[in-house]
Design a protein around this ligand. Structure first.
Ligand code: ADP
Length: 292
């Protein structure tokens, strides 16, 4: 079953590629049947020094989908994203409560090894962060660390090919990764993730430091990868969220009478619904640029 073409009533979505993506977007009924959950969050709260930064979040991330986290700065998007691969464990003041299941298992169970979690659930950051090593060694590093046997040259070629970078770098694999452009460095970081065969990649504003052409290449890459790797992306760019994601979570900051601020999930739905017919007026205000 597919949803009928959506009636785009929001002026910010004038980009034809956005309209095409949204009108192709599958309806929830099909998605629920064909895409099992990778992550299921129930009442997830992440705090720093016991003060909640984002509270009581519940939604599911489905296999093979791109899920976008959007919302105003400081509402807790990155904090929530880091809870998906236990990166918050590295912040001594951070704590996570509620239930966060990964393929049906408690991600925060004491027997779960966070290093293995981060191998399966890779992360790409806002600013490309290649290692001060050659292009080849950046990619071979993870598999070598795992002492994975086999031919590292094949692993390097495959990862760079999957990240749509091979043709640009195949003749200079021994050169420093820092000789690459910003967009190439970001694709190198994606290739570095792919080399350890993750089933999820978390992306924290991966294009915010890139020009429009490099951004477009990363967006194309995400669309190509999503059949093999589930993607969760934090983005400030509404056009990007609407172009590339299947589901969108809109988060905002609630300010209590006492002045304390906490991030709350306002609405989670298929992206076409969030951008064209949101249920909550706060979502509509944000996606149309009236606030945030
Ligand atoms: P967003 O990604 O939506 O901009 P963040 O997740 O970065 O929001 O931040 C959410 C809230 O948590 C903010 O108030 C921020 O100041 C706070 N915060 C983020 N990281 C830390 C940290 N390491 N220690 C304490 N507070 C933090």
């Amino acid at each position: 079953m597919t949803t009928p073409p959506v009636n785009l009533k929001i002026s910010t979505l004038s980009d034809p590629s956005v309209a095409a993506h949204l009108s192709e977007n599958r309806g929830p009924a099909e998605s629920e049947l064909t895409h099992p959950p990778v992550f299921e969050l129930k009442g997830v709260t992440v705090s720093y020094n016991d003060n909640p930064a984002i509270s009581d979040v519940s939604f599911s991330v489905k296999v093979g989908e791109v899920t976008a986290l959007i919302g105003p700065s400081g509402c807790g998007k990155s904090t929530l994203l880091r809870s998906f691969n236990r990166m918050n464990d590295l912040i001594s003041t951070a704590s996570v409560t509620g239930s966060l299941q990964y393929h049906g298992a408690d991600l925060y169970a004491s027997k779960v090894d966070p290093v293995e979690v981060r191998r399966r659930i890779g992360m790409v950051f806002q600013k490309p962060n290649p290692f001060p090593k050659s292009i080849y060694d950046n990619i071979a590093f993870g598999p070598q660390l795992e002492k994975r046997r086999g031919n590292y040259s094949e692993v390097v070629e495959r990862a760079l090919t999957r990240a749509a970078l091979w043709d640009e770098v195949k003749d200079k694999l021994k050169e420093s990764a820092f000789t690459l452009s910003g967009g190439q460095q970001q694709r190198l970081c994606i290739a570095r993730c792919l080399a350890t065969n993750p089933d999820v990649i978390l992306m924290d504003e991966p294009c915010s430091a890139l020009d429009p052409i490099a951004t477009s290449r990363i967006e194309d890459l995400m669309s190509e990868l999503k059949s093999e790797v589930t993607i969760v992306i934090v983005t400030h760019n509404m056009q990007q969220a609407s172009r590339i994601s299947d589901k969108t979570a809109f988060i905002t900051t609630d300010v209590s009478e006492g002045g304390s601020r906490v991030g709350r999930l306002v609405e989670f739905d298929i992206t076409s619904k969030i951008f064209t017919n949101p249920t909550d007026s706060r979502t509509e205000g944000y996606v149309t640029g009236r606030f945030g």
